[in-house]
Each structure stands twice: as C-alpha cells, then as structure tokens.
Ligand binder design. Structure first.
Ligand code: ATP
Ligand code: MG
Length: 188
C-alpha cells in the first residue's frame, strides 16, 4: 500500500498544469449525455458559467433541459428545426448544422464560458454536415480555462487526437432489449 501511495503521490505531483480540457464521451452504451450533463451540474455547483448546444433535437423534451433551461448560469441552445431522427430534408439539416456551428464558434471564443457541452455533435461529422478541420482548429484556439464536452457514438480520429479525456461507454446490456419501454427520467 505504501508503494502504491508513493506512485500515486508522484503522479499527483507531476500533474501541475491548470487549464480547461476537451472530454469526449463515445461508444454504444448508455450514459454519454447523462455523464456530460452530470459534469455540467458539477461545474454549475461551483459557480461556473456553462452553455449547451444540442445538435440533435429529440422527439421529447429531456429532464435535463427542463431542469437547466432557465438556470442563470446556463445557456441552452437546441439546434433549429434541423436534424432529427426522422430527418427528411438534407439541405435544411446542413443549414441547421452550420448555424449551430456558427454559434459554437462564438462560444468557443468567449472566455466568460467555463464549460461547453456539444451534445451529439459527433453525428455532424458522420453525416458530413460539418467539416472536422475548423472544429479542431477552434478547439485548439479556445480560451485556456474553458472545458468542452462532446458526445456521440463514433468520434472522428482528428477529434480524438485533439481531446484530453476520452471515455468509451460499452453496451453490455440495455433494458430496451429486455422489452422495457423508454421512460421519462431514465432515457430522457
Ligand atoms: P443517456 O442520455 O441516457 O446518457 P446516451 O447519451 O449514452 O444516453 P444516445 O446514443 O444519445 O445515448 O441515445 C439516446 C437514447 O437512447 C437515450 O434515451 C438512451 O437511454 C438510449 N440508449 C442509449 N444506449 C442505448 C442502447 N445501447 N440500447 C438502447 N437504447 C439506448
Ligand atoms: Mg446522448
């Protein structure tokens, strides 16, 4: 135990840098968005200013949206009437993705925001609605103390290279496949 403690103490002593981080939450398991908003709640508890861009608008309002939308430390943006799961109009989706990205670039150059959550942003690259290069560039040039959390099942390689923390959530089992209906407070 003493040996273990010495190793950990040494690692703690080496981690001296103070700056914001880019966190990617990926994989097919459940827990990406809920982890992102849980971390944001943690920041809010410490008095930090946060913003959310939801790149995919679900069919139902989520509990986290209802809880956080009017919070004075949080700005919550839902991407237009663009991309949804039942998307019909590709041009309209691209237009909405570009608008959301425009907003994201503004947030990424505003040092008053401590934390940004880009929920389901990864889909924008998968469907080629957004190019990855300007996103990586903007992440690199963001204010030093600003942290960014991006969720999505599959992340582009360039985004992973730019990230500080990557957690992959593996799908071992999901109640849905046991026949349990999606429920408020668990799924959304
Ligand atoms: P959560 O919002 O619960 O943290 P998530 O962000 O990891 O989930 P998404 O890929 O965004 O997952 O999926 C959105 C919805 O699908 C959520 O309601 C989530 O509970 C559900 N879901 C996530 N993973 C699975 C899965 N493996 N099988 C079935 N449903 C899933
Ligand atoms: Mg999600």
């Amino acid at each position: 135990m003493a040996k273990k403690k010495a190793v950990i103490d040494e690692r703690i002593a080496k981690a001296t840098e103070e700056r914001g981080v880019v966190i990617l939450l990926k994989g097919n398991g459940k827990g990406k968005s809920s982890s992102a908003f849980g971390t944001m709640a943690r920041s809010v508890g410490h008095g930090k200013k946060c913003a959310v861009i939801q790149f995919i608008k679900g069919r139902t309002e989520t509990g986290e949206f209802k809880l956080f939308k009017d919070h004075p430390q949080i700005d919550w943006h839902v991407m237009g009437h663009g991309f949804t799961w039942e998307t019909q109009n590709k041009d309209q989706d691209i237009e909405a993705a570009k608008k959301a990205w425009q907003l994201a670039t503004e947030l990424l150059s505003d040092a008053s925001y401590d934390m940004l959550v880009f929920d389901e942003m990864a889909y924008m690259f998968k469907y080629r609605y957004l190019e990855i290069e300007p996103v990586v560039e903007a992440l690199k040039n963001r204010p030093k103390d600003q942290s960014v959390i991006i969720t999505g099942r599959v992340m582009p390689e360039a985004l992973e290279e730019a990230a500080d923390t990557i957690s992959s959530i593996r799908d071992e089992r999901h109640a849905f496949r046991l026949g349990v209906k999606a429920q408020a407070g668990i799924e959304f």
